[in-house]
Design a binder for this molecule. Structure first.
Ligand SMILES: [Zn+2]
Length: 369
């Protein structure tokens, strides 16, 4: 399996480490040490909160509140083969977005390959939306408050689409309030990580994995039974389009936020909190207005609920011809069924390329992964 190096050390911790090592006198060293202790204490707060929420969810204390964790797994590559010739060939990327339901102690893995969609914030928001649809329409759950624990490494560009999708839900009155509890990178330890590690362990044990469906089977039959929801093109929405409906695009302080909150009590925008207090303390809330203009809020003037999101990808995403060539070679090494699956995918790529030949370049690939 293709495994990019993963650095889990937080930047701040790394900085303190360097400062302590290079400190020349004891007083300077002690000062840095004190700052580090304080930093670690602050980083611990959301983790304790996550633990509390886990207990609360297990006890079923608030049936209106759903608590989840979400995260994107490191990219998986397909096929995964032990033969040397496969090593240098470009693979098909698989993406896996995990939503862990703390109330039900259940992971749902939303999976798609790179011809279906990319792995930007539109895609993450679309997975969350799909999860919500499953809970609300299929399972008839009627929670009104959603609390989401997630990593904060993504920053504003990734989070704004999530926020807008949350506000979309609030304007449609599907949800009253959505809270994003942002765990600081390097110190977050989400239940999703544990699930990913267990998947990666199982993947490593396998000599070869031919198709995405084989991955689904491995993940479904992991020690803990994970639900797998294959995402299709129609599941991915152009959430970014909501940005056209709002005024502010950039907010200082956004990337340092501990919480981002969307609530029916403040439908004109969202709320930034720089602490992990679940209570709304007016003095600690920064209201960020998204509604355009200066007039007062009315549903008629600002209603994302009236926006119909379009599908993000009308077609498959097009790979480069070189990548397709590599995949054809790899397909040749697979069993009949897997080979047929890849051949169909590659034939579709060829048709798409023919059709676009004159006007469009291949879609942006993430070869650097
Ligand atoms: Zn740190």
């Amino acid at each position: 399996m293709f495994k990019p190096p993963r650095t889990d050390v937080c930047n701040t911790c790394a900085k303190y480490e360097t400062m302590i090592n290079s400190a020349t006198d004891d007083q300077a060293k002690a000062n840095v040490e004190a700052s580090r202790v304080e930093h670690l204490a602050i980083a611990q707060v959301p983790r304790d909160l996550l633990r509390q929420n886990k207990q609360m969810a297990e006890n079923g204390q608030n049936p209106n509140l759903k608590v989840v964790c979400m995260d994107l797994q490191q990219t998986l590559s397909c096929p995964s083969l032990a033969t040397g010739i496969a090593y240098y060939k470009r693979k098909l990327w698989l993406y896996n977005f995990c939503v862990y339901d703390l109330n039900e102690k259940q992971e749902t893995m939303f999976m798609w390959n790179a011809t279906v969609a990319g792995r930007g914030s539109d895609e993450m928001a679309s997975c969350l939306l799909k999860w919500l649809k499953i809970k609300v329409y299929q399972q008839k759950q009627d929670f009104l408050f959603l609390r989401i624990f997630c990593d904060n490494c993504a920053g504003q560009n990734k989070n704004i689409n999530m926020l807008l999708e949350a506000l979309h839900q609030v304007h449609m009155k599907r949800l009253f309030r959505v809270e994003f509890m942002l765990l600081k990178g390097g110190h977050s330890y989400l239940p999703c990580d544990r699930a990913f590690r267990s998947i990666e362990k199982r993947v490593r044990k396998r000599e070869s994995i031919a198709t995405p469906q084989d991955y689904h089977e491995i993940i479904r039959s992991a020690v803990k039974k994970f639900l797998v929801v294959p995402m299709i093109r129609d599941d991915f929405f152009d959430v970014k389009a909501l940005q056209n409906e709002v005024s502010r695009r950039s907010t200082p302080g956004f990337s340092k936020a501990c919480q981002l909150v969307v609530s029916h009590t403040y439908p004109e925008g969202y709320i930034i909190k720089n602490d992990y207090n679940l209570e709304d303390v007016a003095a600690d809330m920064i209201k960020i207005r998204l509604m355009k203009g200066r007039s007062g809020y009315t549903v008629q003037r600002f209603n994302l609920g009236s926006v119909q999101l379009a599908c993000k990808y009308p077609d498959s995403r097009l790979f480069t011809a070189e990548k397709c060539q590599d995949l054809r070679v790899l397909a040749g090494l697979l069993g009949d069924q897997a080979k047929a699956w890849f051949t169909a995918l590659l034939d579709e790529q060829d048709r798409l390329r023919q059709r676009r030949l004159s006007d469009v370049a291949p879609d942006q690939q993430e070869e650097a992964e």
